[in-house]
Design a protein around this ligand. Sequence first.
Ligand code: GMT
Length: 379
Amino acid sequence: MKIGIVCYPTFGGSGVVATELGINLARKGNEVHFITYERPARLDSFMGNVFFHEVLPFKYSLFKYTPYETTLAGRMVDVVLNEKLDLLHVHYAIPHAAVAFMAKSILKSKGIDIPVITTLHGTDITLVGKDPALSPVIEFSINNSDGVSAVSNFLKKATLENFNISTEIDVIYNFIDFNKFKKTDKEHFKKAIAPNGEKILTHISNFRSVKRAEDAVYIFQKVYEDIPSKLLMIGDGPERSKLEKICRDIGLCHEIRFLGKQGAIEELLSISDLFLLPSSNESFGLAALEAMALEVPVISTNVGGIPEVNFDGETGYLSEVGDVDDMARNAKKILSTPENHASFRKRALQKAQEFDVDVIVPQYESLYEKALNKVKALV
Ligand code: GMT
């Protein structure tokens, strides 16, 4: 099959899922075409049947705002026509699902019926999607997609509650490619970060307010009172300066390292002892799943889709949003003895294996088949 994938090319969850999906579909013999404004961050090695079509900004003095949506639609039409694509899969509703509707309509006027699949990832529904300026567009785009998936039961429910939806929504969880996410021996690396055998706590996010990354720092502060430890803050985003200031204010700069955006996070997770995900909302929590795949137990909040991946008292612990005391208590519980820590590690890996790429990618393929049959039946 020839598949076009439209996504945000960043390290954000939707971009990561879209890219890993494309890579795995290509491994299965499909031809995959990424259409976006930059080469996707996780698309880091060459594959003969993976293509990248850059959407260049069209600048003109009359335009106050560059019309990205229009150029994206044009590029989608161009790629479908010239590469003879069978299907378009867009990730994140805004603007991709809306633009897909425009591309699909243009193609229809040229006698081509292309199925459009939309995957909802989270903030496109729970945050951005709530804006009255955007919600009618999101509702319309979802209802006019030929196949729709949401990354958790929570997100499906939230979509049905917030919008008037007439299309079926399949729940397809985020997944893990264990060929990439396998534990590697990084002892030298661990020694450099924690030379005296300190425990390594890790937080990975885009440092947006929904991530409550400051709670990760405060949890660490409390754990540090009892257990020699270090905190790795991985990623970058609008709250970074505020977080660095908090670290200075609490006098723990020397124990907390900001590593910025990282490509090979599996290497950093390989040396981590505990993962912190204190988000105020999270439709699934891909970062938690990636940690669990590397045997790292998760201290998280109990919101959104997180309870569908992190299980209280088994793979980690779940607490109310903002309850830093409880999260720190739970972190210390997991680290209390090597045996306890080891059993959490083992269960985290076992749970992550349920989200193996070989289990999840076929669910997307079934969704594609359904959409192709639906469009064929309409012709
Ligand atoms: O806000 C983010 O974390 C990025 C965002 C995205 O869409 O790029 O991530 C969302 O999609 C991920 C992949 O499906 C999910 O695992 C994340 O939970 C979700 N983030 C939120 O809901 C906040």
